[in-house]
Design a protein around this ligand. Sequence first.
Ligand code: PMP
Length: 407
Amino acid sequence: LGHWDVERIRRDFPVLHQTVNGKPLAYLDNAASSQVPQLVIERGTRYLREEHSNIHRGVHYLSQRATSAYEGAREKVRRFINAREARECIFVRGATEGINLVMHGYGRKFVGPGDEIVISEMEHHANIVPWQMLCEEKGARLRVIPMNDAGELLLDEYEALLNERTKIVAVTHVSNALGTVNPIKEIVRIAHARGIPVLVDGAQAAPHLPIDVQDLDCDFYAISGHKMFGPTGSGVLYGKAELLERMNPFMGGGDMIRSVTFERTIYAGLPNKFEAGTPAIASQIGLGAAIDYLNSIDRAAAYAYEQELLRYATERLSSIEGVRVIGTAREKASVISFTVENVHPHDIGTILDQEGIAIRAGHHCAQPVMQHFKIPATARASFAFYNTKEEVDRLAAAIEKVIEVFN
Ligand code: PMP
């Protein structure tokens, strides 16, 4: 196990060093949005101070600098996910937009009446609602891979769901509500054996796991920058070039065309075809800097450290009477969902906030997961590599205090 100098890493994240309600901030809501390192802040500031300009259209100096930074960020993304070509990496605002892009561009073109879309029981609403909209429009049918009570997908049932009407499989790599890491390679292999493309929602995987889209062999992979130490408004939709080329554009407008007359528009090639209008230039350049940051640390050691925090937190929380951990899959990212007997998760969140501890309470945009476990909501602590064992101890102590207050 590589050594992980958490105090040194914490110095890279200025936001962590503040007090909240008189207590040092313990930021345990990384699955919602992670924090940004100084490197990303400086890169964004430099763009705004020295390079701010529109891209692609300009022949002038600033536009060339902005374009080269923006396209440079795309190349960083390509390497980060090991895509074959940079044009397979479409810049979007986040995973939600990436999934909607596939729904519109692929789904509306290739899905018809009686066709089927396969998702899973643990999807975020971002990977449910767009497919439901498509089914409603096309008279298609949504099929759902069930999970067991540990929060693991049932692969035999998955395989049995697939048939000649299945047009796409859309599953999450890591569950935001449970932490489960799904066997994506296996899921892709099973779908591809029947010629069915697979979209992976990678929003929760990118901050933790190495991503290799060629090794996974997935057809689409969606990422949110703000969950992987980048700014909000940044994100990527990876797609295999041959699929993206067959798809319709998601939005029409400037920068996505080769030529326009009132009779006919010819679309631009990849990736421009899917990037209508002025994109979030500053945010995507910031995402490139977040990738630089991730490349500068020992990611394997970071992951091992997060797993240690997860193990420790699971042990601490499970030993508190009245606490129930929701999601006990064998392979988990550092997310721990829990309930406390007789206390609503929102009350847990509020009392923890008074202690300076930031967690998320609610259904986590995954209401079907809550329905599976027959609960309205959970409290969720999610760790990044800058969190500490001491913060886990504070979390456990605060939960004990919650139980005292309510009993
Ligand atoms: N999928 C998963 C698994 C997520 O956790 C989230 C964010 N909570 C999303 C999709 C949506 O991401 P965004 O809000 O950044 O578009």
